[in-house]
Design a protein around this ligand. Structure first.
Ligand SMILES: [Zn+2]
Length: 74
């Protein structure tokens, strides 16, 4: 299907099996996973959402790991 190219804002092609994204306008050629990360980094709206999500989960993970360390040492 056609999607907006994150690099040149032209029409890129997303393969129907989600394996690759290609754009004739700027020779963009990357996997769908790379495309998602590319868009997340280049689009400030997505970056804000990902930043909030990462910040909240990393805080919880740190607290959990500290508790596990304390239990191992006792
Ligand atoms: Zn392009």
């Amino acid at each position: 299907m056609k999607i907006r190219c994150p690099r040149c804002k032209g029409a890129a092609e997303l393969f129907s099996d989600f394996t690759a994204v290609k754009c004739d306008g700027c020779d963009l050629d990357m996997s769908y996973g790379e495309y998602v990360r590319y868009v997340a980094h280049s689009d400030s709206t997505y970056s804000d959402i990902l930043g909030d999500y990462t910040g909240s989960t990393s805080g919880q993970a740190a607290g959990t790991l500290d508790e596990w360390d304390a239990q191992d040492q006792s």
